[in-house]
Design a protein around this ligand. Structure first.
Ligand code: NAG
Ligand code: NAG
Ligand code: NAG
Ligand code: NAG
Ligand code: NAG
Ligand code: NAG
Ligand code: NAG
Ligand code: NAG
Length: 725
């Protein structure tokens, strides 16, 4: 889905396009030697507009905006409003013709008496990215009849768009998008979309994204014959796409995503010879591959994802030779894997029912950056070139298919791969050693295959590895402690569950996993470098790629469509680890999920320095190990449903465990030798609170426990030793 890419593109259009128009306009003015000062009435209108707006440091800080109006001060030497920030005048007449207050930290309601509407000479008005506090657009907008450019996007406006806007017959560019706030959204029913198209037929740019239109796309859309850009994303548009759309021969960018459009794509779409970007994602369109798409020879970005398209894809996709980004995800496509043009950069076709192999001609796509074919029915061996055919490849996601054989061992030093997800296939053999070359790798998913290998300690040198998923394979042997260099310092999720690992838990390794010690995770982002390598400016389809992960947590399989940035977890369940739980785990203060279920470990909660579960509405029996008895009654306050020692409140008989005397043995043991238990630490908003869930296999099921803090073992053991002596 290229939704956010559209947003970013929209912002680009908003910020850059206007200057073309404007520069064109001012070029027509003859420069005179002494431009007149601005008109008094316009100066006071500007100042009055400023006065009624809150614009200050707070907003600048919160929204990273620029308080443009701060410099508007009618002091001596500064009375010429034509020289104020964001204000531009006609050099001959001195009238204010352009006002650019976009992203200027404006906050406050706007109404009919706003002095803005006194600036009747305005030709160009940009108020985008401010906050007008759910106001409606006042009908006095009609006063600004000379406007050719109007941008009110992202300004928290709501209510019906007034019919007066339709009378601004000089408009060439209209942007009312992104006014979709909890207080309401802009609506276009009275007047209707039909009326707008009828009246504003000179528009070159129309962006009504997020405006509630709630109608069909009208046949008279053809009236917008000058249009180059039409964005109607998330407008509650319904029904079929009219064939008159094909008359918009100047169209460069068309976004109809996130609506309720049905049926087929009209054949006439093939007439849109200039079209460079077509986004039809997240609708209910259904048909076989529309042949007319093959006629769009200028198309660079095609997003058909999340529809009901079906049938086989054409093995040659017509004249789509310019195509750079293709997203066919989440449809009902079947049959073989189609050939994208050699210049393709992003190729996404996940969640279809494609069959067959990945052919070796894929090796020709030497500037491909992402290949996402997850959740299809593809099979066969992977072409050996997969690790080295493109220096640009950063996402390789083939999870959820039937690929078999070994994983290619051709990963090269130059590799940019940040995500490799091959999980849920039938791969065998070892982890390819050339992965050590992938220094940018952040996510490695090899879970649910038949890979047979020892623990890949050698991956510890990958400087960016955040996520390592090896679950449900045939990994075996002990996890060796690091000899000299600490590895895996960026690791935040490791899932080794359902394998054949043996030996003690690697207590020294835990000390190396520095990223799991971080409690304040607000700065941490999974896959930031991969998905937006240039910060916020990335505007390709991939910026909304949903990387997913399944892991065994809270006793069941959790599937995350996107890994929550706060998540840090160690999942070691269903192996044959033995020994005690090393206290070094307590250093991993950012840890939120720890699952050690079904091993042969001894439960020694010696690392618990401080225990406080108050006010958590917990119910059931407090575990009767001596360790818990040492905690104060007050630690359990505010949990009216709890019972058992150390509280005076006893439990109902059906809550009494059958194996009550399970605490023999080591003093700190809760259930010595018990194999069916798990500890799960759950993060809370505050970041400091972690939770502990002890699983019981008797009637009351699971009792939840919340720990305020995991302390260091050193202190706790020292204290206990003292007590013992
Ligand atoms: C319009 O808003 C201004 C402040 O922005 C307020 O003083 C005035 O009373 C409002 N007028 C109406 C008619 O609501
Ligand atoms: C914003 O709107 C609310 C509700 O209409 C109103 O109470 C408040 O005064 C407005 N704030 C500003 C700064 O206009
Ligand atoms: C607008 O569309 C209508 C219906 O399609 C058509 O009759 C009319 O000529 C068009 N007007 C313009 C100015 O294109
Ligand atoms: C599409 O291209 C084919 C030839 O490749 C041509 O026969 C057909 O008329 C074209 N259709 C449109 C709508 O342009
Ligand atoms: C997957 O493809 C195989 C043939 O390769 C076919 O037998 C099987 O039915 C397909 N599975 C699904 C769920 O379509
Ligand atoms: C990829 O690696 C294989 C095997 O090492 C080699 O034969 C091939 O030439 C390489 N391809 C590229 C494009 O480097
Ligand atoms: C790493 O890549 C280089 C080529 O860039 C290759 O020669 C080398 O064999 C690779 N390393 C491993 C361990 O495969
Ligand atoms: C437990 O935490 C609560 C809330 O933070 C606090 O009021 C209470 O005093 C604490 N109890 C103990 C025993 O520290």
């Amino acid at each position: 889905m290229g939704l956010s890419s559209i947003c970013l593109f929209t912002i680009f259009i908003r910020l850059v396009f206007p200057f073309f128009f404007f520069n064109f306009t001012i070029a027509n003015f003859t420069a005179s030697s002494m431009p007149p000062l601005c008109h008094d009435d316009e100066r006071s209108a500007l100042l009055q507009f400023k006065e009624n707006r809150i614009s200050g440091d707070f907003y600048a800080w919160k929204f990273d905006c620029h308080p443009t109006m701060a410099s508007w001060k009618p002091e001596e030497g500064n009375v010429d409003c034509c020289s104020w920030d964001g204000v531009h005048c006609n050099k001959n007449t001195g009238h204010v013709i352009k006002l650019d207050l976009s992203h200027s930290c404006l906050f406050g309601s706007i109404n009919s008496s706003s002095s803005l509407f006194k600036l009747v000479h305005l030709e160009w008005l940009n108020l985008a990215l401010n906050d007008f506090n759910s106001s409606e657009i006042p009908p006095e907008i009609i006063n600004l009849s000379r406007l050719s450019y109007l941008n009110l996007s992202g300004t928290s406006l709501s209510g019906q768009i007034p019919s007066e806007i339709l009378k601004l017959s000089n408009l060439v560019s209209l942007d009312l998008s992104l006014n979709d706030v909890p207080g309401g959204r802009l609506e276009l029913q009275k007047p209707s979309f039909v009326n707008l198209v009828e009246k504003l037929s000179n528009l070159k740019t129309l962006d009504l994204g997020d405006v509630s239109i709630r109608s069909m796309i009208p046949h008279n859309i053809a009236n917008l014959s000058s249009s180059m850009i039409i964005f109607l994303r998330n407008c509650e548009l319904q029904g079929r796409i009219p064939s008159s759309l094909g008359n918009l021969s100047k169209l460069l960018h068309l976004d109809l995503s996130l609506n309720e459009l049905q049926g087929e794509l009209p054949v006439s779409v093939g007439n849109l010879h200039s079209l460079a970007e077509l986004d039809l994602s997240a609708n209910f369109l259904s048909s076989e591959w529309p042949i007319s798409i093959g006629n769009l020879s200028s198309l660079k970005e095609l997003d058909l994802s999340q529809n009901r398209f079906f049938g086989e894809l054409p093995i040659s996709m017509g004249n789509l030779g310019s195509l750079k980004e293709l997203d066919l995800s989440q449809n009902g496509y079947v049959g073989p894997f189609p050939v994208p043009p050699p210049g393709t950069i992003h190729y996404l076709a996940s969640n279809n029912n494609l069959t067959g192999e990945i052919p070796s001609w894929i090796c020709n796509l030497n500037i491909l950056e992402s290949l996402v074919l997850s959740h299809n029915n593809l099979s066969g061996l992977l072409p050996q070139c997969l690790g080295n055919f493109s220096d640009e490849l950063s996402v390789l996601d083939l999870q959820g298919n039937n690929f078999f054989g070994t994983v290619p061992n051709t990963f090269i030093k130059e590799s940019r791969l940040g995500v490799i997800d091959l999980s849920h296939n039938l791969f065998q053999g070892r982890i390819p050693r050339s992965l050590i070359n992938c220094s940018k790798l952040e996510f490695l998913g090899l879970g649910d295959n038949q890979i047979s290998d020892t623990f890949p300690s050698w991956l510890g040198t990958l400087p960016n590895l955040n996520v390592l998923i090896l679950r449900s394979n045939i990994f075996y042997g002990i996890i060796k402690e690091p000899r000299t260099d600490c590895g895996f310092s960026k690791l935040r999720i490791i899932d080794l569950s359902n394998n054949r690992f043996t030996g003690t838990l690697p207590s020294k390794s835990f000390l190396c996993w520095n990223a799991m010690k971080i409690v304040n995770t607000s700065e941490l982002r999974y896959l930031q470098d991969v998905l937006s390598p240039y910060g916020q400016t990335s505007n390709d389809i991939l910026s909304t790629y949903d990387y997913s992960m399944t892991m065994n947590s809270k006793g069941r399989m959790m599937t995350y469509n996107k890994i929550p940035d706060i998540l840090a977890g160690i999942i070691l369940s269903n192996n044959s680890f033995d020994g005690a739980i090393p206290a070094s785990i307590a250093n991993l203060k950012g840890l939120q999920v720890l699952n050690l279920q079904s091993n042969n470990l001894l439960v020694e909660l010696t690392f618990l320095e401080f225990f406080n579960v108050s006010d958590n509405h917990l119910t059931g029996l407090i575990p009767q190990g001596k360790h818990f008895a040492t905690f104060d009654n007050a630690s359990f306050d505010g949990n009216s449903g709890l019972c058992g020692r150390p509280l005076s409140k006893g439990c109902e008989s059906n809550e009494t465990p059958a194996n009550e005397d399970h605490t023999e043995g080591s003093e700190e043991s809760l259930f010595s030798g018990a194999s069916d238990w798990k500890i799960i630490l759950i993060g809370y908003a505050g970041g400091l609170v972690a939770g502990l869930v002890l699983g019981f296999n008797f009637s009351t099921g699971i009792i939840g426990w919340i720990l305020e803090k995991l302390g260091t073992q050193q202190k706790a053991t020292r204290r206990r030793r003292r007590r013992r002596n």
